[in-house]
Design a protein around this ligand. Structure first.
Ligand code: ADP
Ligand code: MG
Length: 412
């Protein structure tokens, strides 16, 4: 079925065409009719499968139709997300899909001046995309009201319902009309959170799950390399130098490590930028812009960028450190291979991180392909400090050869 065959308003059909969306993705195909009928939804689909438009299209469509009768803008849809960058990104999707519909969207998040946000709220907003903190601030100051919210969306729902955010979410729900639609979207969910989720939605809520067996999109080739902690930077250097035109997103465990890895890259003349929670919001935004537009090809991030971020053509995700939370493995590597794109991900696993790897494998339900490396033995021959012109593939080949030799020698 094509989008042009749906009963959306002409403006939405036109916007979809302009953006280049012809057919719904699986999750859109399944969710959109249910949302249009007013159902509550728990929708799980892999990273990069178009979950944003799956809720944005029917929400804009519904509000636009209602606005024909009462023209004033009040917050009718509230979309809650975990990070500022995600609020901004999803706000932009709503704005693009809603062009010409007079459905006004505001992305509201902390770390920036609230004056201009207040001005926009006072002018009237139909869709509010927000992180919990700033929304509560402005709600307490009575600049926004949730009395007319008819649809609540939790994107990255499992994360939003997890410990840190749950109280906020329940609080928000209490401030909204009892009769409303609640939509949960995520790429991952576990049994505990699923129960929490079901407690918060109508008992006849619909559950849609696409590709439940493998949470990792088939567009992503992912593997793990066993690397000593101290050797990780050499591997990263090599990977980047061999792929000078590639967009590479590197995840590290902490803010401090992000800066440290950047310094290590500086020393070998690799340009990179960092993004994490200790940076000023304007710096976070400009780093995102630089990476998005390709002005800088290497972004070193903490888990603040693990979820939801949709940047075209990320060629590699590198887990420089394994994530502490197994779910985040799926979200981090899901920053590549979006839509129809293909992507690669590699994780550097040091000895002390093996328990984390076990957790991740349990979560994804199968072992992760191993790039065979034997540190001590190949180190004698392959010297990373010297600039050889080997490619990673050749290097891996050499290492495998050495490996075989070592095994043979052992047998003798
Ligand atoms: P998810 O939230 O599932 O991770 P997103 O909503 O961020 O995924 O969408 C991933 C990418 O797919 C985006 O770049 C988006 O523009 C694109 N996309 C979404 N829906 C369609 C569609 N129907 N046809 C083509 N591309 C789409
Ligand atoms: Mg998403």
């Amino acid at each position: 079925m094509k989008f042009s065959q749906y009963s959306f308003t002409p403006e939405i059909i036109n916007n979809l065409e302009k953006i280049g969306f012809k057919k719904p993705t699986d999750i859109q195909y399944k969710s959109i009719p249910a949302i249009m009928k007013g159902e509550d939804l728990l929708a799980i689909a892999q990273t990069g499968t178009g979950k944003t438009a799956a809720f944005a299209i029917p929400i804009i469509n519904d509000i636009q139709k209602k606005k024909r009768n009462h023209k004033e803008s009040v917050i009718r849809a509230l979309v809650m997300v975990p990070t500022r960058e995600l609020a901004q990104q999803i706000g932009e999707v709503f704005t693009k899909l809603g062009k010409g519909t007079r459905v006004n969207t505001l992305a509201l998040f902390g770390g920036v001046d609230q004056e201009s946000q207040i001005a926009k709220l006072l002018k009237g907003v139909d869709v509010l995309v927000t992180t919990p903190g700033r929304m509560f601030d402005l709600h307490h100051q009575r600049f926004l009201s949730l009395d007319k919210v008819q649809t609540l969306v939790l994107d990255e729902a499992d994360h939003m319902l997890d410990l840190g955010f749950k109280k906020d979410i329940v609080d928000v729900m209490e401030r909204m009309p009892k009769v409303r639609q609640t939509l949960f979207f995520s790429a991952t969910i576990n049994a505990k959170i699923k129960k929490t989720a079901y407690d918060l939605i109508k008992s006849n809520a619909i559950r849609i799950q696409i590709a439940p067996k493998d949470p990792v999109s088939k567009n992503i080739k992912h593997s793990v390399a066993f690397v000593k902690m101290d050797d990780k930077r050499f591997f990263l250097e090599r990977l980047i130098k061999e792929n000078p035109k590639s967009k590479i997103l590197v995840f590290v465990r902490t803010k401090v490590r992000a800066e440290r890895v950047k310094k290590a890259m500086d020393r070998v003349e690799i340009e990179s930028m960092t993004i994490h929670g200790d940076k000023a919001q304007k710096d976070r935004s400009s780093v995102m812009n630089f990476f998005r537009t390709g002005k800088v090809n290497v972004m070193i991030a903490t888990d603040v960028s693990a979820r939801g971020i949709d940047i075209a053509n990320v060629d590699y995700v590198v887990n420089y450190d394994l994530p502490d939370v197994a779910e985040n493995y799926v979200h981090r590597i899901g920053r590549t291979g979006r839509g129809k794109e293909k992507g690669d991900a590699v994780s550097f696993c040091a000895n002390e991180e093996k328990p984390l790897l076990d957790e991740i494998e349990k979560f994804v339900g199968k072992p992760i392909k191993v790039l065979e490396l034997k540190q001590d033995e190949y180190r004698q021959t392959v010297d990373f400090s010297e600039d050889t012109s080997l490619s990673v593939k050749e290097l891996m080949g050499q290492i495998e050869e050495l490996d075989k030799k070592v095994k043979k020698n052992k047998k003798k």
